[in-house]
Design a protein around this ligand. Structure first.
Ligand code: DC
Length: 223
């Protein structure tokens, strides 16, 4: 039987780093679903459409072919055949991904792709609505979070590693704004599934967080 682990939680909780490491330990495919929404945002911006304009975004979808590939277990995302995996990692795309992700047509557009991966692989899928909407029957559901201040600091450090300098206060404001958008949107809002286990990593190191997630997966998989 295939195993699916749903990891949901707010921006900057370290989900992707923690989930990627845990997936590698178990030999599961790590699927970062945020990359899909980011790619839609990039496509919309390239088509000179306002990411908040629902009708405009809908009209842009037929010209937007999104595919995921896995190279040595590393996810790559393609927009109309072009690898845009690096280009989608900017604060501008983060904000616009949050906007397009509130549009029902965008969520419907990406649903099948995510579900298909779980139908064909053991997956550890990271997003906002994986346990609630995409994989309601996931083997294990985890809601991974950390305080906004800790998340802002981690995001600043993460971007610094890539040579990008961003202001802490502004990053914190952006994280709070995105949380607000993601939690309050009408469709598939960010919320903990009733059967998800809460994992708060505010006081944990990265290693401790990875170990805690792996322990949860082991416990649930063997239950
Ligand atoms: O995880 P991330 O920061 O790369 O996600 C980018 C945006 O996409 C985020 O603001 C919320 C949205 N998103 C979503 O609505 N549903 C998901 N499953 C994953 C991301």
């Amino acid at each position: 039987m295939l195993i699916s682990v749903a990891i949901d939680g707010p921006a900057g909780a370290g989900k992707s780093t923690i989930a990627r490491a845990a997936a590698a330990r178990f030999g599961f495919l790590y699927v970062d679903t945020g990359a899909l929404y980011r790619t839609i945002a990039l496509s919309v911006l390239r088509q000179k459409v306002d990411p908040s304009d629902e009708e405009g975004v809908k009209a842009a979808l037929p010209q937007t072919k999104v595919e995921l590939g896995f190279v040595d277990g590393e996810q790559r995302v393609y927009l109309n055949g072009e690898d845009v995996s690096e280009e989608i990692r900017t604060p501008e795309i983060s904000m616009n991904a949050s906007k397009v992700s509130a549009i029902p047509a965008v969520r419907a557009f990406l649903l099948g792709l995510q579900q298909e991966l779980a139908r064909t692989h053991d997956v550890l899928m990271d997003g906002r609505d994986i346990g609630t909407v995409v994989l309601p029957n996931a083997t294990v559901k985890v809601f991974l979070t950390a305080s906004a201040a800790v998340r802002a600091k981690r995001r600043v450090d993460q971007l610094a590693e890539k040579g990008m300098t961003v202001d802490y206060e502004q990053t914190l404001r952006e994280i709070e704004e995105r949380d607000e958008n993601d939690r309050n949107r009408a469709i598939a809002p960010l919320k903990q599934a009733p059967d998800a286990v809460l994992l708060d990593t505010s006081e944990m190191t990265l290693e401790e967080s990875i170990d805690a997630l792996c322990a949860l997966v082991k416990r649930e998989v063997h239950a």
